[in-house]
Design a protein around this ligand. Structure first.
Ligand SMILES: Nc1ncnc2c1ncn2[C@@H]1O[C@H](COP(=O)(O)OP(=O)(O)OP(=O)(O)O)[C@@H](O)[C@H]1O
Length: 247
């Protein structure tokens, strides 16, 4: 069955002042699919997510969400069109409770009256947060803060979720819980997900497709199985030990 492209990025160029960081980047993500973007430090992964979500303005190319062209729109318009961006460093409002952090994420959808239902599905996804709703978000562990940051993005009922290094600095168990939630979001809620990750091994386990970014260009793309069988990708990003055939 063909996958509907929820996010279609083509010929994207973007950077900072006169520095072009992304040169002609293409990527597509279908409904219910997860695309992992991997690459060395400075490859342009964060810049790519910023350009897609409108935090920086592309100088060329297109960003199309569910058939609607959003290129060059400000970030709040892109968010309202259905794209949630969970940036690096799990930004939560530290003095606000978990419940208030989540409620802020649902602000743009407050008139739908479905806030309570959305919150309970986020608590099913991240059961650790259920007993901590009143706790100030700044007192949570790093992994729990990451869950709040993702939950806040989900409160806006996005069709596309883009995440920047959600595993950074977290214990393996928490990484496992977060990646399991991403698997659930794509399978059960049909979200299209773009996951930028340094932890390529974890990303390969949950991805349907992987893009390798190198100095602002897509150099390889394929399924995790195909890429794990590519010696150069394996040596550069997986560091050996990844099972190239399902066991
Ligand atoms: N605000 C900025 N102003 C100027 N240059 C920037 C800015 N942010 C990033 N860059 C430059 O853009 C390039 C790509 O950075 P980016 O953060 O997108 O890479 P990355 O792949 O996400 O790296 P990392 O894995 O280290 O987070 C780098 O050369 C970086 O120095």
């Amino acid at each position: 069955m063909p996958h509907v492209n929820m996010l279609d990025v083509g010929g994207l160029r973007a950077g900072y002042d006169k520095l072009e960081v992304l040169h002609d980047v293409d990527l597509r993500v279908g409904e219910g699919r997860l695309l992992a973007v991997i690459g060395a430090n400075g490859a342009g992964k964060t810049t790519l997510l910023r350009a897609v979500s409108g935090l920086i303005r592309p100088t060329a190319g297109r960003v199309v969400l569910d058939g609607r062209e959003l290129t060059g729109l400000p970030p709040e318009r892109i968010a309202a069109a259905g794209l949630a961006h969970v940036p690096e460093n799990r930004l939560v409002f530290p003095s606000l409770s978990v419940a208030d952090n989540l409620a802020l994420g649902g602000w743009t959808r407050r008139r739908t009256g479905k806030g309570a239902a959305r919150r309970s599905y986020i608590l099913e996804l991240f059961p650790r947060l259920a007993g901590r709703l009143k706790q100030p978000a700044g007192t949570l562990s790093g992994g729990e803060q990451q869950m709040v940051a993702i939950g806040r993005g989900l409160m806006a009922e996005p069709a596309v979720l883009v995440l920047d290094e959600p595993s950074l600095g977290l214990a393996p168990r928490l990484v496992g819980e977060i990646f399991a939630a991403l698997g659930q979001l794509k399978a059960e809620h049909r979200l299209a997900i773009v996951l930028v990750e340094q932890n390529a091994r974890a990303a390969f386990r949950v991805a349907d497709e992987v893009v390798v970014l190198d100095r602002g260009r897509v150099v390889t793309t394929g399924t995790p199985e195909d890429l794990a069988a590519d010696d150069r990708v394996h040596a550069a990003y997986l560091g050996g030990g990844y099972p190239t055939a399902p066991t």
